[in-house]
Design a protein around this ligand. Sequence first.
Ligand code: ADP
Length: 269
Amino acid sequence: MSENCDHNCSNCKKDCDSRSFLEPLNSKSSVKKVIGIVSGKGGVGKSFISAALAVASARHGLRTALMDADVTGPSIPQLFGIHTRAVGTEDELYPAVTETGIRMMSLNLLLPSETDPVVWRGPVISGMIKNFWKDVLWGDNDVMFIDMPPGTGDVPLTVYQSIPLDGIIIVTSPQDLVGMIVEKAVNMAGLMNIPVIGIVENMAYIKCPDCGKIIYPFGSSKIGKRAEKYGISKTVRIPIDPVFADLGDRGEIEKLEGDWLDDLFAFVN
Ligand code: ADP
């Protein structure tokens, strides 16, 4: 991929090997950096971190897009308090725009009702994600974060192959760092030649609201040693904080404070 790639293959004449399975981005859009947020399994806070990254990015003045590719558990619109349906024409779909200007698309904006379950087989789900990339009028963006489907199975593999990711950020819980779940995610990125930008250890500790004491409910952190083993230099540790869950439940994630994730932005700029 060229260093100045804007992922809009229709404007580019380069003979690029890595593009063999890649789908073209929407022809009227451009994205400078595409970053996948991945996890070895569900429930570790991947969607929360994807949304928090997009919020921090917009706050840094970057033109930011957020694709909810976690199609069977699409929780991104809820985090931003967006409950409208997406609109579009026969050829293209308009992203929802959040209060701070993040352009967002999720299957939940397309379902007749946001509580409808998605009981689709893998290829249909992957097809939907490719359509988000091709058919949504994303506009011009500095960065797009993609909340990837969890795990290392068929659906995430297709996304890796069809969307030109510049890097991934792995979200994990403290227990998963001990087992092989994170290693699988690291190895999958390696197989696809996609750099791992950093690891986020979510729910790493709790700070007592009364005395300020730090409690490690899952034992002392293993992230430093693991990151060293995988050759990943950026690590971030996020506490369990009921305020985070509350902001998400109220659809007010854009009010999230803190600069925990800022270290991961060097890659974008
Ligand atoms: P995933 O996308 O990995 O399945 P979610 O991002 O949906 O997980 O998170 C699961 C739940 O945990 C959500 O209700 C979210 O608000 C909450 N949550 C995530 N991270 C934290 C945290 N650090 N502190 C408190 N609640 C959190």
